[in-house]
Design a protein around this ligand. Structure first.
Ligand code: PLP
Length: 392
């Protein structure tokens, strides 16, 4: 108690990611000899492609083991400007790119650069829990927008319009989305852009899953005319190139914002690891077939898990268009999300997350990551089916 009182007040507003807590609980069960199928953690189970690993090793041998410029190595910023711009059909200058250790710092530094206490930030709910955590930490006002199953977990644009007010400073978008796999269609991005311009707010577009798409192309709000000067793009290598542990992400932003993110980098990390950046440059410049193979395998798993979940009585699951998550509706089981998730872990040895780990509107859902082998997914489905069938 005394120790808690020592902490700064703002720390009481900082949230967390339940995935890491569930992983720890699952590991504790495994330490007791139980077998657990892991569907809780959001990282590709594939190894980083060999050509990227080789580039990282080569970079270390060549001496990329020192500090570099805070915003990133010039050749890496140039390569990422080319890559991020080409994907979205826009021209990006190297000065508008900042390399960061993972995508998460773009969120933290981006909000620190743009949001004042009392400003309102609209963000998706259910959504990545770090959005609300950072908004609250900065003493800004979190304004959740509900993503509902009947809209395929996309935004309800009328509701969005009703939430925008004179204090709206920023809207956070995530497409494809964690935890639902939903995507924002092109026509919606265009209407959101109109709103942003009319009401003069920033858009932070989190596109960390942009390359993990199954049923169509990626539509970034950054591509909509007039949006470059009010958009902060978060992207990175963690999911696309199976590089979660390397820690590599990047921001694309108007230069004053990019410069400020660079200044936060100076204050916080000095720079992103130089050899990691060089590996990340090789990743975007090299052959992309490893990414295509990963996405093809994710698609097979998506179909396996969606069909399997829909075959379980009292469970209903949409077929998501992107990312590697499903968000099945479990209301018919009569259990609350957290209760069912913990039952599945304790009784069936299947680690999942409660939908409420992603916000209050996640009640009635579970989040399952299908970044696991088809055999493990089949085993998890079998265990879930018998556990759910045994409920009164
Ligand atoms: N944004 C979303 C929606 C995510 O799901 C994640 C990671 O799970 C991130 C950002 C952060 O990714 P990174 O590991 O690159 O920091």
């Amino acid at each position: 108690m005394q120790r808690l009182q020592m902490l700064a007040k703002a720390t009481g507003r900082l949230g967390t990611e339940t995935a890491f807590e569930v992983l720890a609980r699952a590991r504790a069960l495994e330490a007791q000899g139980r077998h657990v199928v892991h569907l809780e953690i959001g990282e590709p189970d594939f190894d980083t492609p060999a050509y990227i690993v080789e580039a990282g090793i080569q970079a270390m041998r060549e001496g990329f083991t020192h500090y570099g410029p805070s915003a990133g190595l010039p050749e890496v910023r140039a390569a990422i400007a080319e890559y991020a711009g080409a994907m979205r059909g826009v021209r990006v200058a190297p000065e508008e790119v900042v390399m960061t250790p993972g995508g998460k710092p773009v969120l933290f530094f981006g909000l620190m650069a743009l949001v004042d206490p009392g400003d309102e930030v609209i963000y998706p709910n259910p959504g990545f829990p770090i959005y609300e955590s950072v908004i609250r930490y900065l003493d800004a006002k979190p304004v959740p927008i509900r993503l509902s199953e009947d809209k395929a977990f996309s935004l309800d644009l009328d509701e969005l319009e009703s939430l925008v007010g004179p204090r709206t400073k920023m809207l956070i978008l995530n497409t494809p989305a964690n935890p639902t796999g939903g995507v924002i269609p092109k026509r919606d991005a265009e209407r959101i852009a109109e709103l942003a311009q009319k009401h003069d707010f920033w858009v932070l577009t989190d596109e960390i899953y942009a390359r993990i798409l199954y049923d169509g192309g990626h539509h970034s709000i950054l591509s909509v005319p007039g949006m470059r000067e009010r958009t902060l793009l978060l992207d990175g290598h963690s999911k696309t190139f199976a590089m979660t542990g390397w820690r590599l992400g990047f921001a694309v932003a108007p230069q004053p914002v990019a410069d400020m993110i660079g200044k936060f980098m100076t204050n916080c990390n000095s720079c992103t690891a130089s050899f990691t950046q060089r590996a990340g440059m090789a990743a975007v410049q090299g052959p992309q077939d490893a990414v295509e193979a990963m996405v093809a395998e994710f698609r097979r798993r998506r179909d396996l898990i969606v069909d399997g979940l829909n075959a379980i009585p009292k469970v209903r699951c949409l077929r998501p268009q992107g990312a590697f998550y499903v968000f099945p509706n479990i209301t018919a089981t009569g259990k609350k999300s957290a209760e069912l998730a913990s039952l599945l872990l304790q009784e069936a040895g299947v680690a999942t997350l409660a939908g409420t780990a992603f916000g209050a509107y996640g009640e009635g859902y579970l989040r399952l990551s299908y970044a696991n082998s088809q055999d493990n997914i089949r085993e998890a489905l079998k265990r879930m089916q018998s556990c759910i069938e045994s409920l009164a």
